[in-house]
Design a protein around this ligand. Structure first.
Ligand SMILES: Nc1nc2c(ncn2[C@@H]2O[C@H](COP(=O)(O)OP(=O)(O)O)[C@@H](O)[C@H]2O)c(=O)[nH]1
Ligand SMILES: [Mg+2]
Length: 614
């Protein structure tokens, strides 16, 4: 296992110095663009990506294989590999982790022509609940399964492929924008085209609008399927009007939104839908290089009792083969067997194709990126790099909030302030949107990527993560699940009930003038029931905790008749004879407060904490 790999390259242990890397030709020169991915850099330098990653790590840069790095970092690596470096004169590229895989493919596609061939589009179906998303997926599958062999039962593996006029289309089996955005929030974007399903009898509904915003925020083209046209109350013309109001003007009306009228239940218009889908795909000019080692995204994963860890992978570029060694998120393995959407064993899997993979050492996570590597050690190095990256991300998440947005703008990390705006009524949204969109400072634009009525939901939080957006609530609250998610993910949610204050804060934020705002959180309350002397003048109060908890070292204020007597810190906390760290509701304890010895019976102790409001 420790011998040289096929390329004759041995992965060096991390403790070797940079200078130890063999440099056969003395002064090779290389032109490096202003920004490039680690993989591209490795290719330029003719070293393995893992070696490039290690070099970067030595200069304190934790970058993954698809991450785009700047010229300076790339040049440092190149120099260490013995190259003479010059800047390649060309437009710089934007670094955006979210669509890194997609962009990676497109960039390469623009640069090289050889090796790249068309690949099937990957399609997600979105729309309001009960408008027929699941029915449409089922109908397409039923009427267009490729494998018509007797007993060829289609498996559920999270995606399936159909063939139309000899061309394949891949459908993701999890409909809805929530799953779509959750994947984006994890850094993986697999969808090329969205089909927006709108029921002709019901029209554009809140989740239709939400789906439009989510697809737009991801830059994924939308085509429309007006469904249920078999129903007597169907009114497709009204739907087209509503779509136009939402900014999607159908072709028939002079716009560029492809729209097909269908009935998923009565199987009307399905061939037309698929043909139009191919036209949209054609315009997207989707390509991938099937000759390179594969890369893919995990779309489903589970532990199977008899077969072990299973991951369904959508191959995005290259060809995945039996025997390939793969790194997948924080696990790795060797591809033992693969099954396609028809449950058939396959040996080679081309781009845009979903496949169930056996042979991983543990269950990966949905959204994890699969990379084929040369050998086991490279796999482990990548896994380790992934672990470090996740660790780094969770400890210093670069999420955007109003108080740091100016810094992020100044440092070029953020180009526009993305906002998700939720309000109590539609009537509040328009004036707020109008005022905010006028705020654009110099180069920075304010972009409302989604607005809607009602409380902040988990889907709003996901969208904010995926699009680095700030959430602003007007006269509303967050749903409990959304509040928890926002806390865990470090997403900033700000609440207002005066439009002027809202707009003023955003305006200040754009100029870097917004002071962090703080809010106080009360952690506990206790009532003084007895007073004890413990030294010359020192006092301890015997208290009963009425709410929350009292914590040793916590900030505390003593209140008497509604007035604050003192603000200090809990210096001692005892239950019976024991020192304790905290005492919760319903218990008695002894409390000492630093520099305070004037307790009176009936005093209220209030434990408080100050947090940044984001
Ligand atoms: N009449 C009619 N009913 C449909 C059609 N498509 C779906 N439905 C029905 O609408 C309901 C909701 O469909 P479903 O696919 O579950 O919607 P989803 O929530 O968007 O996945 C089901 O009862 C379907 O049978 C259609 O084209 N015509
Ligand atoms: Mg459904």
């Amino acid at each position: 296992m420790t011998g040289p790999s096929k390329q004759g390259k041995v992965v060096k242990p991390a403790d070797e110095k940079a200078g130890d890397i063999p440099t056969s030709t003395a002064a090779r020169s290389v032109e490096i663009p202003a920004a490039l991915s680690v993989r591209e850099l490795a290719e330029l330098l003719q070293v393995s990506p893992v070696d490039a990653i290690k070099q970067l790590m030595r200069s304190g840069i934790m970058a993954n294989i698809n991450q785009v790095i700047d010229y300076e970092s790339a040049a440092a690596v190149a120099t260490n590999f013995g190259y003479q470096v010059t800047l390649k004169p060309r437009a710089s590229r934007k670094s955006n982790r979210i669509s890194e895989m997609k962009k990676h493919q497109k960039l390469l596609q623009a640069e090289e022509t050889g090796g790249f061939t068309s690949r099937p589009p990957v399609v997600t179906i979105m729309g309001h609940v009960n408008h027929g998303k699941t029915k449409l997926l089922d109908t397409i599958r039923e009427t267009n399964v490729m494998d018509t062999e007797a007993g060829g039962i289609t498996q559920h593996i999270g995606a399936y492929q159909v063939e139309v006029n000899g061309q394949k289309i891949t459908f993701l089996d999890t409909p809805g924008h929530e799953a779509f955005t959750a994947m984006r929030a994890r850094g993986a974007q697999v969808t090329d085209i969205t089909i927006l399903v709108v029921a002709a009898d019901d029209g554009v509904m809140p989740q239709t609008l939400e789906a439009i915003d989510h697809a737009r925020a991801a830059g994924v083209p939308i085509m429309v399927a007006i469904n249920k046209i078999d129903k007597p109350e169907a009114n497709p013309e009204r739907v087209k009007q509503q779509l136009a109001d939402a900014g999607l003007v159908v072709e028939e009306w002079g716009g560029d939104t492809v729209c097909v009228e269908i009935s998923a239940r009565e199987k009307i218009g399905i061939p037309e839908l698929l043909e139009n889908l191919m036209v949209v795909a054609e315009m997207e000019d989707l390509k991938a290089d099937a000759s390179r080692p594969a890369e893919g995204v995990v779309i489903e994963a589970e532990m199977d009792k008899s077969r072990g860890p299973l991951g369904t992978v959508l191959v995005s570029s290259g060809t995945l083969k039996i025997g390939d060694t793969v790194a997948v998120g924080d696990t790795w393995g060797r591809v033992k067997a693969m099954f396609n959407d028809a449950g058939k064993r396959v040996k080679r899997v081309p781009p845009s194709t979903p496949v169930e993979v056996l042979g991983l050492n543990s269950v990966p996570q949905v959204g994890d990126i699969l990379t084929v590597v040369g050998d086991e050690r490279q796999a482990q190095a990548l896994v380790e790099e992934h672990r470090l990256e996740t660790e780094r991300e969770s400890s210093s998440r670069k999420s955007v909030n109003l108080t740091n947005v100016f810094d992020q703008i100044s440092s070029g990390r953020v180009k526009e302030l993305n906002i998700v705006l939720k309000a109590d009524v539609q009537g509040s949204i328009e004036p707020i949107r109008g005022s905010l969109e006028q705020l654009a400072e110099e180069e920075v634009k304010v972009r409302i990527i989604h607005s809607g009525t009602g409380n902040v939901t988990e889907s709003d939080i996901m969208l904010a993560i995926a699009s680095k957006a700030v959430i602003i609530g007007f006269n509303i609250d967050s749903e409990p699940g959304a509040r928890r998610l926002a806390e865990v993910e470090g997403v900033s949610v700000r609440y207002y009930n005066v439009i002027y204050n809202l707009v003023d804060d955003v305006s200040k934020a754009l100029k870097g003038l917004l002071e962090p705002s703080y809010r106080e959180v009360i952690d506990g309350r206790a009532e003084v029931r007895a007073i004890f002397s413990t030294g010359k003048r020192a006092q301890v109060a015997g208290v009963y905790v009425t709410e929350g908890k009292i914590t040793r070292g916590g900030s505390v204020r003593v209140q008497r008749g509604g007035e604050t007597v003192v603000e200090s810190v809990v210096s001692s906390l005892r239950r019976f004879k024991d020192d304790v760290r905290e005492v919760t509701t319903g218990y008695e304890c002894g409390v000492g407060i630093r520099d305070f010895n004037e307790f009176e019976e009936g005093d209220i102790l209030e434990l408080f904490r100050v947090e940044e409001a984001g």
